[in-house]
Design a protein around this ligand. Structure first.
Ligand code: GLC
Length: 564
């Protein structure tokens, strides 16, 4: 197999939600042989790495992020032989496989938890167990130990009669958190990573990895409500644990990315500065909360573009100043589709509608900022939100809990469905749209999650090799990322687009004599642009046919001036 040693600053990562990418055996679920069958498509796009979401044995309470065995393949996704074949076939095309490591928690079905429940003290010490508040003694649960709430709604503690204790779960009750203060847990996690490295994996994505180090004292979050993420995020030993993990697993220098929940700039610099030997880059999420009314994911608001600009500026310029490195993305399997979110609702699948301009504008922006761009499956086609007509079409545990919560708060069924349609994680989990056929070319059977109606227009068959398509635009951006030093390595600085362009985000990239200026409009109307100092510079890229008008950006226009 070809040795893959790629500079992650020049690379593009493509995220595959395994369950929804390609079904090779007609059971309605994507699988590993399905991915292998699409490697030529991914090579055509130019992907350097494929991040595969979890395909390990799992009861699927959280779609595989509840892992029952870290070192095996769930039969519904294939076999270890299929995995080895995928690694080899990808390697032949110069593509590296990155795996998703879910090491903050296990599933309740994991052997460690089952042995803990069966009374083995060694494994009880793998989890975070507490007595209840106000308990009168063994057998009496009392109340949960603290007021903490889990990410998907409800208490973060679950009483387990076989343990006679409450266990902590920051996510679903079926996902007990591991106790990383236990050295045996840390060693076991490093063994998992080493196992996959030795099977030829070239990189890793670490799930909610900044939640592994809990506060020294576990106590109530002050005030009402028990949102505890901020309290747990970037905990006291997280950097030490990460360095240890990387060293023990032997992955220093490989491409790695940490998913950082409720994090801050200072910690992300530390996670990703090369001299600290932690990770190559980090995902942060502040820029994807600019349409949460009052900070509530389940309350709709229009995206606040000046907040978006401020967040991106501070992360772009701040990570650069501190020597850190950003992962660049709009979409993943936990987000609604950005093209819908930022306004691309017209002319879906057609040339010239806002759909096309928004999709291309977002792509240009994320590929041209400083960091490593991630393409989530289907972004390169312009896939949209699901637009389901019934709550029964949703699968995600968080979405279903939110729907119930909205009804309890007094919303009507239609109102609750509207909110879930905008915000559900299932928007990013619908089957990949390969063709206009009924199963979207994803499956010959019944897909595990309904295919959005837009697949009739937005699909790979209609776009690959078709001039001007979203796919070909992405392909061009990938090539630019590979070829251009200023794009991969240049400095970034945000620019002021002027008072008449409040919904424009502009920045420059510079390296030696080279300068690129990028202006991206999130405005559905035309607007006048301030002087960005690019008079006389050639237009490298736009998202409209023909040349941009001087000093004006059209709706959702993106223009890049300069020479790559
Ligand atoms: C991450 C994953 C998400 C999962 C959660 C718990 O945020 O991306 O899908 O539900 O961790 O593992």
């Amino acid at each position: 197999m070809a040795e893959i040693e790629k500079d992650f600053r020049r690379s593009v990562v493509y995220q595959i939600y395994v369950k929804s990418f390609c079904d090779s055996n007609g059971d309605g679920l994507g699988d590993l042989p399905g991915i292998t069958s699409k490697l030529d498509y991914l090579a055509t796009l130019g992907a350097d790495y494929l991040w595969l979401t979890p395909f390990y044995p799992s009861p699927q309470r959280d779609n595989g992020y509840d892992v029952a065995d870290y070192c095996a393949v769930d039969p519904r996704y294939g076999t270890m032989g299929d995995f080895d074949e995928l690694v080899a076939a990808a390697g032949e095309r110069g593509i590296g496989i990155m795996l998703d490591m879910v090491l903050c928690h296990t599933s309740v079905d994991h052997e460690w938890f089952r042995r803990a429940c069966a009374g083995e003290r060694r494994y009880q010490a793998y989890y975070i167990l507490r007595d209840g508040r106000g308990s009168s003694g063994p057998g009496d649960p009392g109340e949960p130990p603290t007021n903490w709430e889990c990410a998907f709604g409800g208490s973060a503690w679950r009483w387990e009669p076989r343990l006679g204790k409450w266990y902590l779960h920051m996510h679903d009750p079926s996902q007990p958190d591991l106790d990383w203060t236990n050295p045996e847990v840390r060693a076991a996690c490093a063994d998992v990573v080493r196992f996959w490295r030795e099977r030829g994996v070239r990189g890793f994505r670490f799930d909610v990895i900044n939640l592994i180090s809990k506060p020294e004292v576990i106590e109530d979050v002050p005030g009402s409500g028990g949102a505890c993420r901020a309290l747990v995020a970037d905990g006291p030993h997280v950097h030490e644990y990460l360095r240890e993990l990387v060293e023990r697993a032997g992955i220093d220098g490989m491409v790695t990315v940490g998913e950082m929940a409720s994090t801050d700039l200072e910690n992300c610099i530390r996670y990703t500065r090369p001299e600290d030997h932690e990770l190559s880059m980090s995902f942060s999420f502040h820029h994807l909360k600019v349409d949460y009314a009052g900070g509530d994911k389940w309350a709709l608001a229009d995206p606040d573009i000046s907040a978006l600009r401020d967040i991106l500026r501070s992360w772009q310029e701040g990570m650069q100043a501190g020597g850190g490195w950003n992962a660049l993305f709009w979409d993943n399997h936990d987000q609604p589709r950005a093209v819908t979110r930022f306004g691309g609702r017209e002319g879906i699948g057609e040339r010239g509608g806002s759909w096309e301009h928004v999709g291309k504008m977002l792509a240009a922006m994320s590929f041209l900022m400083k960091g490593t761009p991630y393409v989530f499956e289907g972004d390169e086609l312009g896939m949209t939100n699901a637009g389901y007509d019934s709550i029964d079409k949703f699968d995600d545990v968080e979405s279903k809990n939110a729907y119930r919560m909205l009804l309890e708060r007094g919303a009507t069924r239609e109102e609750a469905l509207d909110v879930v349609n905008e915000r559900s994680r299932d928007n990013g989990r619908t089957p990949m749209q390969w063709t206009a056929e009924p199963g979207a070319g994803f499956t010959t059977g019944t897909p595990w999650l309904a295919v959005p109606a837009t697949h009739a227009l937005v699909n790979a068959e209609a776009e690959v090799g078709v001039e001007g398509s979203m796919f070909e635009y992405y392909r061009r951006l990938v090539a630019l990322r590979h070829a251009s030093d200023v794009v991969a390595l240049g400095d970034v600085r945000f620019l002021d687009a002027g008072p008449a362009a409040p919904r424009v985000i502009a920045f420059e990239r510079t390296l030696g004599e080279k300068r690129l200026v990028v202006a991206c409009s999130f405005d559905g109307a035309s607007c006048e642009l301030a002087d960005l100092g690019c008079d006389g510079m050639p237009v490298l890229l736009g998202n409209y046919d023909g040349v941009p008008a001087a000093g004006v950006l059209r709706p959702y226009e993106a223009v890049v001036w300069g020479e790559a």
